[in-house]
Structures are given as structure tokens and as C-alpha cells.
Unconditional design. Structure first.
Ligand SMILES: [Zn+2]
Length: 210
């Protein structure tokens, strides 16, 4: 299965420097809207509708307020992609789980305090998950901010050690774009936008073994 990973497009789908490669599955790890408002969803739907991938899945991010305020309505307004908010789906035998939460970060959507509140969300991830789609990185993996601080989620890192999925795709920390492998898991920070909110990074393609 060819998985095409993007994140943090912030509504700039028509201004991306790089084309989105074709594949079996398009994953978007959140911050999909321009301003997190209901008016932004028509553009999000148009973007997903235009993509050739047979399967398209996303989870919202901390800018995507409308998905926190009115999750059912917001997801219904993007029918061309599957919106996962602490939910899973199986596609061609591959089990995918999506979750938008991240450690508190100013006053944004899908914020939770580190510790029990976040750990409770991560415990919902089934142990047999193949692809985990989160907005936040786990702590210490592709989560280094410009100021040198690691802002990923420690509770997510702990859960990942328990379940070892094949792939964890996220974004959130734009300047930590890239990919790394640790143990059985490939980690992808697929932020399309850079720190200055310019959509300059190419999508990251991952081929999962059959
Ligand atoms: Zn972002």
C-alpha cells in the first residue's frame, strides 16, 4: 500500500509548492482549515474531492476549531475524506486510528493537559493499529521547535512503545518536518507548511509492505 502523507496545509491547498503524488491512501494529520471556521470547510472538501487516491483519511489539528465545536456537522461537510476523531477504520486490511489531541499549547482546539487526560485518549488506540494518525508528534521524535524545545507528547510516546504501529503520521511542529524509523515504527512529520506558514515541504510517501 502506497501511503501519501501530508499535514498542516492550513487551507493553502492550491498554493503548495509540490504536487501531491498518487497512491492508495492519502493521510492528512490536521490543521487542514485556513481559520478553523465552518466557512473553510467547502475548500477542504474541494481539495479532498480533487485528489485521485481511492482512500483519504484525516484527523483535525489545533487550528481546526470547527471539528471540536461541531464534530458531526464538520465531518459531514467533508464527505470526500474520512474524518477520524478518536476513531478507527480498516482499509484494505490496514487498521488506521486517528486522534487530534495534543499537549496544551496556548489556547487552541483539542488541547489537554499532559498526564492522565492525554493518556486516557491514547489508551483508546487499539493495540493492533497499523497506522496511527495524530496531530501531535510523540515526545522526542521529530518534535523539536525552533527554540530547541521538544514539544511532542510524552504520553503518546509511552503508548507508542506499547503498540508499535507500522507508521505514525503527524505534523503540528512545522519546523520538525521529516521522517525517522525507531524499532518497528516509521515516524513521519508531514507538515507541508514551514515555520512561517509557507506551504513549501513536499508530501512524504511511505510504501507499506503487503
Ligand atoms: Zn500547523
Amino acid at each position: 500500500m502506497r501511503v501519501v502523507c501530508i499535514s498542516d496545509t492550513h487551507g493553502m491547498h492550491r498554493r503548495m509548492d509540490h504536487l501531491i503524488p498518487d497512491g492508495d491512501l492519502l493521510l492528512h494529520a490536521g490543521d487542514v482549515t485556513k481559520n478553523g471556521k465552518i466557512e473553510d470547510l467547502a475548500a477542504v472538501e474541494a481539495f479532498f474531492r480533487e485528489q485521485p487516491h481511492p482512500h483519504k483519511v484525516f484527523t483535525p489539528g489545533n487550528h481546526d476549531w470547527i471539528f471540536q465545536d461541531e464534530p458531526v456537522k464538520a465531518c459531514e461537510m467533508v464527505p470526500s475524506a474520512i474524518c477520524l476523531i478518536d476513531q478507527g477504520i480498516e482499509i484494505e486490511g490496514v487498521k488506521i486510528w486517528g486522534s487530534p489531541w495534543q499537549p496544551e499549547f496556548h489556547n487552541w482546539a483539542f488541547n489537554l493537559p499532559p498526564g492522565e487526560a492525554l493518556a486516557e485518549k491514547w489508551r483508546l488506540i487499539p493495540p493492533d493499529t497499523d497506522i496511527l494518525l495524530t496531530h501531535t508528534p510523540p515526545a522526542d521524535i521529530l518534535d523539536r521547535c525552533k527554540n530547541g524545545e521538544h514539544k511532542g507528547c510524552r504520553d503518546l510516546a509511552a503508548r507508542l512503545r506499547e503498540i508499535s504501529p507500522l507508521l505514525n503520521v503527524f505534523g503540528h511542529i512545522h519546523e520538525a518536518y521529516g521522517q525517522e524509523t525507531h524499532g518497528n515504527t516509521k515516524f513521519v512529520n508531514a507538515s507541508i507548511c514551514n515555520l512561517g506558514y509557507r506551504p513549501v515541504n513536499p508530501p512524504i510517501v511511505v510504501d507499506l509492505a503487503e
